[in-house]
Write a protein that binds this ligand. Sequence first.
Ligand SMILES: Cc1ncc(COP(=O)(O)O)c(C=O)c1O
Length: 116
Amino acid sequence: MLNDQGYVAECTADNVFIVRKGVLLTPSATQGALQGITRGTVLDIGRELGGLVTEAELTRYDIWCADECFLTGTGAEVIPVVKLDGRVIGHGKPGPFTQRVGEAFRIRARTEGMRI
Ligand SMILES: Cc1ncc(COP(=O)(O)O)c(C=O)c1O
């Protein structure tokens, strides 16, 4: 979903992330993103994996051109996005960072619990 300025805010029941040149990016609450508990946990994991993590204004173009894209939410957990508007994102397969974050998230959710 886009906000009233045309920037990407989030999905219907998920937050959205992209990976671009090794940096993990997600829209901020001021862009219309819900500060979801999965989003918060994934931001923590991203930092712990040593990556740069930042909130940013994102356009659909940024998602089309991202190296990787994924959604987060209580239901979805961490789910790769490989296509938007018929355009393939990255290599059209779940990317390495998405897979690492997803694996770390699953371990955390089943052992340590979530950040609230
Ligand atoms: C609009 C919206 N954005 C994002 C999320 C993801 O939030 P959470 O990670 O807390 O499930 C939800 C969850 O229901 C939502 O409704």
